[in-house]
Write a protein that binds this ligand. Structure first.
Ligand code: ADP
Length: 429
């Protein structure tokens, strides 16, 4: 019933009652002889009574208005969005919070299906199932959906819908929408931290396995060489002693190298590695590394050439040294003695540098190529050669920190070529 109809009917009813009352008074006047002054008094009293009733009514009306206003404020500015939906999920009414959540005016929301504001088809399907579940169970249910805003952004919403009845029949859904993006972000952070923690634990146990395996050989060598040196007390055994001193030194270097690798991985994990570039001569730098890694070089034939007129580079010397040392030692390790190792650097313009390290060794099997930069990963054909599976991982991370990229081309039993590229690397800073 509309408000106008209600007023009209009410008025007619009141008028009828008043008519009946006046008829009763006229009848009374006719049957009993009522003095005029009594009648006038009665009328005045009635008039005052009416005025008083009117005042009371106005007061009640104002109080009602005020309370309605309060309820609208509660509804409109509740901390969550309210959507009143029909059976098909079409919006019948919304509060202001809901409008703000979506960044859309009330008038543009009413009569539209709420699902049109859901971000993905998956969300729409979930919401459809959610409504059906509320209808079936008549119990409020929750669903998480991504809701689009007018500006194209979206938020993660927790929608809770209740079944509202009138005369035992379904009347509407009251769906509340809470923005839970921040909570979800926090949850994701905690999940990520947990994954990281698990990875770290796995890494720790891998570290123990690898360390105990990799430390054993150099430590055994050190011990047996030290025992033999003790025995070679005679001055004529000097050559033998020197051989074992050299073995001890090489084993200590190997231990240091393994420890440095572990340390580098943990520093990268902690985000402690920064890029500190400086200008230096690349050719001299590479020649020094070749010299320093000689002890690992059996009888390999190392050839280094530089192409291009620019020899100065602007890179982090410490990081680059670790990368190139890893790649050069790998080339020695994974290729036969006497094999050719070719190192090429090319810098035709000051900001474009390419470094290539090529060997003719065992190569990387195709099936392992995808995983080669992962921590602790070792290809199946490298099992009999000492290693931790950390060098390439560290190299890839360091090259990335310096703004470069690393790739490789390899064929099993034919050889491997690692390529480092620093293009426009002056812009990294
Ligand atoms: P490590 O050499 O200590 O095992 P790396 O991270 O340096 O660890 O290398 C990971 C794996 O990549 C090696 O175990 C090996 O299987 C493969 N690899 C790296 N460099 C070469 C190479 N030059 N030739 C063949 N295989 C290589």
């Amino acid at each position: 019933m509309s408000t106008t109809n209600f007023k009209k009917n009410n008025f007619l009813e009141l008028r009828q009652k008043a008519e009946e009352k006046i008829q009763r008074i006229i009848k009374k006047v006719k049957t009993e002889i009522v003095p005029k002054h009594e009648l006038e008094h009665e009328l005045s009293v009635r008039e005052i009574e009416m005025e008083m009733q009117y005042d009371e009514l106005t007061l009640t009306k104002n109080a009602l208005k005020e309370s309605l206003k309060n309820y609208s404020t509660f509804f409109d500015y509740a901390p969550i969005g309210y959507f009143i939906l029909d059976k098909n999920g079409v919006i019948r009414n919304v509060n202001q919070t809901a409008c703000s959540q979506l960044g859309i005016d009330k008038m543009q929301l009413i009569a539209k299906a709420l699902s049109t504001f859901l971000r993905t088809e998956q969300c729409q399907d979930d919401f459809y199932r959610h409504r059906n579940l509320v209808l079936e169970t008549e119990i409020s249910q929750q669903v998480e959906c991504e809701i689009k805003r007018k500006d194209g952004s979206f938020f993660i919403a927790l929608i809770e819908s209740s079944y509202v009845k009138e005369n035992e029949n379904f009347n509407f859904f009251l769906s509340t929408v809470s923005d839970i993006s921040t909570r979800k972000k926090q949850e994701r952070k905690v999940e990520m931290a947990l994954i990281k923690e698990k990875e770290l634990n796995a890494m720790k146990s891998q570290f123990i396995t690898i360390a105990s395996h990799e430390f054993r050989t150099p430590l055994t060598t050190i011990l047996s060489s030290a025992n033999l040196i003790e025995k070679y007390g005679n001055p004529k055994d000097e050559e033998k002693r020197n051989k074992h001193f050299h073995k001890i030194k090489t084993s200590v270097s190997r231990l240091k190298e393994i420890l440095m690798d572990f340390l580098s991985v943990s520093e990268v994990e902690k985000g402690n590695i920064t890029n500190n570039p400086e200008t230096f001569n690349l050719v001299k730098f590479i020649e020094d590394i070749i010299e320093e890694t000689k002890s690992f070089n059996g009888t390999h034939n190392v050839k280094y050439i530089h192409i291009g007129s620019h020899q100065n580079v602007f890179l982090d010397m410490k990081l680059l040294k670790i990368c190139l040392t890893n790649l050069i030692i790998n080339a020695y390790k994974y290729s036969p003695k006497g094999g050719l190792i070719e190192i090429t650097t090319e810098q035709n313009t000051p900001e474009n540098l390419v470094i290539i390290i090529k060997d003719n060794g065992i190569g990387i099997p195709d099936a392992d190529a995808l995983h080669i930069f992962e921590t602790f990963f070792r290809a199946r054909n490298a099992e009999n050669i000492q290693g931790t599976g950390l060098g390439l991982n560290i190299t890839e991370k360091f090259v990335g920190i310096m703004g470069g990229s690393i790739s490789f081309i390899s064929k099993e039993n034919k050889g491997t070529m690692f390529i480092l590229k620093f293009l426009h690397y002056n812009n990294v800073l």
